[in-house]
Write a new protein. Structure first.
Length: 405
């Protein structure tokens, strides 16, 4: 029996999210070997971090992605884990080079940018995969299973409350706080939840309006420009010390994104949705409520070992904690409740064999489009904004597994 070929991978972006590459580097895997053989990042800390991540031998490091492409013509795929505003151009360059792309979410910071990535992937026939890892989180997958099995009837509404308890440290001390690099946190942070809302509801948002503001972090002390160049979140994050949020110092020199925001929307299938996000709560988790014609379900906690899904679908009542069905969520190894290794497994299988995946480039674009439209709305007096769909032919290409034959 012939041994399977080892996929040749590259990593672009050696920041916090770049650590996901360690799940992809498995040269000794018996049936699906892959190796990270090259990387690109101009930051001075890049070589040191690569050595930590790959102690058995760091991949070749390049100062730019274009240099990487030129010197590694036989790459099978690249993982792009750079800041959001760079995603579009990087993805286009690798797609044009015929190198399959894993693109961290959000796929772009504008709807036009996301559409450009989709169009490039379709035109070149190069495989595109978006890193919406929450589609692999056990709590989300279990909620979707219950919905699809009809335990609450036909879905009519999906609500999400996102309590971002570490928001000040995670999103207001670096580039995330600068709208030129994110558009806003309804897009940057909300892309995960908006994608999950769409997945649970079985449709895409076509009209949205929103409110929000910079209500706490706008007046706190900021770092000097360049003061933390080369640092990562782990260098300043001190969860037990940084409380209350008003005590934080050293925020990004530019802070012009909202720290609280709320949107309401209507999907193309008639489902109504809402999403609320706050970056200074004492707790950090997300709560989904799905309401159907025969009941509702809700998650309590969102990671394995502490989370469960409760379903009320048997009778009317006042408040009662004793749900009609309780589904505990088990513990899974790996980041984001086991979602990160599962995400990489799916991506590598897609690179090797093609086919359809649980993640969706079209759905990723739709999440971007909602985040962009909602941000436009909240900055323009909550004006309702319409969202155009992906053209039918282009959507069909991706939904069919990106097969040009």
């Amino acid at each position: 029996m012939t041994a399977p070929r080892t996929l040749q991978l590259a990593l672009v972006g050696i920041g916090m999210r770049g650590g996901i590459s360690r799940h992809a580097h498995r040269p000794d895997h018996p049936t699906a070997p892959a190796a990270v053989v090259a990387a690109a990042d101009p930051a001075p800390h890049a070589a040191e971090r690569l050595a930590e991540w790959f102690p058995e031998g760091a991949p070749a490091l390049h100062a730019s992605h274009k240099e990487l492409i030129a010197e590694h013509p036989d790459l099978d795929a690249v993982l792009i884990t750079t800041p959001d505003h760079t995603h579009e151009d990087l993805a286009v360059d690798f797609l044009e080079a015929g190198i399959a792309v894993f693109l961290e979410k959000p796929m772009a910071i504008t709807t036009a940018g996301a559409d450009r990535v989709l169009a490039t992937a379709e035109r070149t026939g190069t495989r595109l995969y978006i890193g919406h890892n929450m589609r692999h989180m056990p709590v989300v997958r279990e909620m979707r299973r219950l919905v699809q099995e009809g335990v609450i009837g036909d879905v009519k509404a999906v609500w999400c409350r996102h309590f971002v308890g570490e928001g000040g440290d995670f999103y207001f001390k670096d580039w995330h706080a600068d709208r030129t690099k994110t558009t806003g946190l309804l897009l940057q942070k909300g892309a995960h939840d908006l994608d999950v809302i769409h997945w649970l509801a079985g449709g895409y948002t076509r009209e949205v309006s929103a409110v929000g503001g910079l209500t706490l972090y706008g007046d706190l002390p900021r770092a000097a420009p360049g003061e933390r160049d080369g640092e990562l979140m782990g260098d300043w994050w001190k969860p037990k010390e940084n409380w209350p949020p008003t005590s934080l110092t050293g925020l990004n020199p530019v802070v012009d994104v909202e720290d609280i925001s709320m949107l309401v929307g209507r999907l193309d299938n008639g489902v109504h949705v809402s999403y609320q996000q706050c970056h200074y709560t004492p707790d950090y988790w997300r709560n989904y409520t799905v309401i159907g014609t025969h009941g509702r379900l809700e998650n309590f906690g969102d990671t394995g070992g502490e989370a469960e899904i409760r379903v009320w679908n048997a009778r009317r009542s006042g408040y009662r904690a004793d749900a009609d069905l309780v589904v505990p969520i088990g513990v899974s190894e790996g980041g984001h409740g086991g979602a990160d290794p599962a995400l990489i497994d799916e991506f590598l299988g897609f690179v090797r064999d093609g086919g359809t995946t649980d993640t969706s480039p079209v759905a990723a674009r739709e999440a971007v489009a909602v985040g962009v439209a909602a941000t436009e709305s909240l900055r323009d007096g909550s004006r309702p904004v319409r969202i155009a769909p992906v053209p039918e032919g282009l959507a069909g290409y991706f939904e069919g597994g990106q097969d040009k034959s």
